[in-house]
Design a protein around this ligand. Structure first.
Ligand SMILES: [Zn+2]
Length: 677
């Protein structure tokens, strides 16, 4: 294994067309942050790089839909994303953006170098063109049926249903998303990265050289390489992005997947003039933290770009995660099916670590996983509160009670004491092993085992009983509990940074250094600790129910939005229709029918007479608010008895997709008894 002097950690650039949600956090930012914090605790040289990806077609589509400029869209979301990351405590050394000048220069320069050295192949091809809007259609502007799985809303570059990467001409029945028309094919010239030429090298570098990569990552790379690589366009006909820096490429920009990963380089440049050390010195280890949808770009395309350029390092590992689902459904920005970070921060102030903990404990490291609010509550109440919080609180409160907060001296150690202290070192070794192999959920579980160890030790030794008979012995027990507490602050700092800072304050401890971890004398006898507060608090059922209700409301809104009108009924004759006598009428009186939920007894003036109608609207209208309303009544419907009341006709209602009923009323007042036809 190569020994490295420093580590460059990149985290996938979130796309600036929406806020960040728990899927992004669990897949990329929480593990990247844990790893960066871990290396910093080890006093290693490390950079955590982040930034917003601000180019690409979805942003232009969103701008078009909202009637604003693409710059407006990215300004809004970049600000929002950056702010929520900061508040959540993702410890970026730099958080940049790809619309910045430095990035445009860096990306254009990168392209120009490859262009000048003849690393691209030029190809004129036929691409879809929208004749009505006189523009070439980017892949994302074309929808059609997926040839692999028959999903009807596949995009020109990818089917989001089966995940297959597509080209627009593979789509069955393609349509322009701008005009809705069927696009035509027209010639255009583009520059391609000849991935096929790099296939032998990729085979050797990944398939032979990186067998240690996570099996989901290695497997995806292998399947891509085995199915044969094709040249991939790095330019696009679009007016939003980094302009292609050559004269004959007027009106073309760099393909977002070419420019976005160069964003990691630009961000490093923005941070330090010494940026080349981080990208080109072979003693720097580079890691890409990403979600599984980015594997091909970070394992095959970006490394090929770097290889073609020639002066850059290649990633040493790409610990990509699978997807996190939410309450059994795929997280979706467009369907608002997500827990949004900025909303979480407002609704759960001071509970940043609880979300980090839950997302790590349940991280989708080897397979897709599910976030549920019930699990979130259980992780908080049963683990953070009942295990970690409970242990440190008892240790610190007893220290206050018996010794006014002063650490007592260690006496003679029995076997249990020795085994307990030895276990701290064992756990350190195991946590390190897991972290070094990017197994963060396992590392967190092992780190929490230290709190479990403390709890068990305290429960077995029962200092609150022993204090009455053997106060000397209690000093040793409490000293050991306090050493465990101090070790916890170091071991859990990468996972629970805010809470461990708080705990450090309780015990007056600031030697947060991984090399100190495992020592059994972190707090010397006589060291003064402070009065503790609660480290975590219980989350009540009502809080969780409110979040679940929010999701149910979203689900309902989506159902309404996605509802399709029922097909038309069979034709009827004009005479059939004319048999119905529909009149305008005014509601004079209304009262709910006793012992029913839905029924309302209504007196209407039909112009012909005043009559009683029973209507099933009590769930949607209050009696007092409908009096005086003009409605439409079918007056020649056979009378029928409902709950003992004779209903003489029917008030016409429109039923919405969610079942809600609304009156069908004339749009301005007409005389009662007017015929509706
Ligand atoms: Zn598909």
């Amino acid at each position: 294994m190569t020994s490295y002097k420093r580590t460059l950690i990149t985290s996938a650039l979130p796309y600036a067309n929406g806020p960040v949600h728990i899927g992004h956090l669990a897949g990329v930012y929480v593990p990247a942050d844990i790893y960066a914090r871990y290396l910093r605790l080890k006093n290693e040289e490390v950079l955590l790089i982040g930034g917003s990806d601000e180019h690409g077609v979805p942003i232009t589509l969103k701008a078009k839909n909202e009637g604003v400029t693409p710059q407006d869209i990215v300004d809004k979301y970049h600000g929002m994303i950056k702010d929520s990351f900061e508040r959540f405590g993702i410890s970026f050394d730099v958080y940049s953006r790809t619309s910045s000048k430095i990035h445009h220069e860096t990306a254009a320069g990168f392209f120009k170098k490859l262009y000048d050295e003849g690393k691209f192949v030029e190809q004129t091809s036929e691409q879809y063109y929208d004749e009505e809007n006189k523009q070439f259609l980017a892949d994302r502007y074309i929808v059609g049926t997926c040839p692999k799985c028959s999903f009807e809303k596949a995009y020109g570059d990818q089917c989001e249903s089966c995940g297959t990467s597509l080209s627009p001409t593979e789509l069955i029945n393609p349509k322009s998303m701008i005009s809705g028309n069927t696009p035509v094919l027209k010639e255009t010239k583009h520059w391609y990265l000849p991935l096929d030429q790099y296939e032998p090298w990729l085979k050797e570098w990944i398939l032979e050289g990186h067998k240690e990569w996570k099996s989901n990552v290695y497997g995806q790379c292998k399947s891509w390489i085995d199915s044969g690589l094709n040249p991939r366009a790095v330019t696009r006909d679009l007016n939003w992005g980094v302009p292609v820096p050559i004269d004959e490429a007027e009106g073309k920009v760099l393909y977002v997947w070419f420019d976005a990963p160069i964003g990691y380089i630009s961000a490093t440049k923005e941070l330090t003039p010494d940026w080349e050390k981080w990208w080109k010195d072979e003693e720097t280890k580079m890691l890409h933290f990403i979600g599984k949808d980015n594997i091909v770009f970070h394992c095959i395309i970006f490394p090929t770009m770097l290889k073609a350029e020639g002066s850059y390092n290649l990633p040493e590992n790409v610990p990509a995660n699978e997807f996190l689902n939410l309450e059994g459904d795929k997280i979706s920005t467009s369907r608002n099916w997500a827990v949004w970070l900025h909303e979480y921060l407002e609704e759960f102030p001071g509970k940043e670590d609880v979300l980090k903990y839950t997302l790590t404990a349940n991280a989708p490291e080897t397979k897709d996983n599910d976030f549920t609010w019930k699990d979130f509550q259980a992780r908080n109440n049963n683990e953070l509160v009942a295990v970690l919080g409970n242990f440190v609180n008892r240790a610190l409160v007893l220290t206050q009670k018996y010794y006014n907060g002063e650490v007592p001296a260690l006496g003679e150690l029995n076997e249990v004491d020795q085994a307990t202290l030895a276990e701290i070192g064992n756990l350190k070794t195991e946590v390190e092993k897991s972290l070094d192999n990017y197994r963060f959920r396992e590392a967190l579980k092992l780190a929490m085992d230290l709190a479990r160890l403390g709890n068990k030790y305290l429960a077995d030794e029962e200092p609150w009983k022993v204090i009455k008979t053997n106060p000397e012995r209690v000093k040793t027990v409490m000293n050991i509990c306090l050493q465990i507490t101090a070790n916890l602050t170091i071991m859990l700092k990468p996972f629970l940074p805010f809470s461990m800072d708080k705990l450090c304050g309780f015990i007056n401890f600031d030697k947060l250094d991984w090399s100190e971890l495992g020592r059994t004398d972190l707090l010397p006898a006589g060291h003064q600790t402070n009065k503790p507060e609660l480290l975590f608090e219980k989350i009540e059922d009502a809080t969780i129910e409110a979040q679940v209700q929010k999701l149910l409301d979203t689900k309902k809104a989506n159902e309404v939005a996605e509802a399709v009108a029922k097909p038309a009924k069979e034709n009827c004759t004009f005479d059939d229709f004319m048999k119905m006598d529909i009149r305008t009428a005014t509601i004079l009186e209304a009262e709910p029918v006793a012992k029913t939920k839905k029924l309302m007894k209504i007196l209407v003036d039909t112009g012909i007479d005043k009559r009683t109608v029973v209507s099933g609207i009590a769930e949607y209208y209050k009696a007092e608010e409908i009096i005086g309303k003009q409605v439409s009544v079918l007056v020649n419907l056979e009378p029928r008895k409902l709950r003992g009341i004779e209903s003489q006709g029917m008030i016409l209602m429109a039923e919405d997709a969610d079942g809600t009923l609304k009156f069908v009323s004339p749009e301005s007042a007409v005389k009662n008894g007017s015929e509706v036809r």
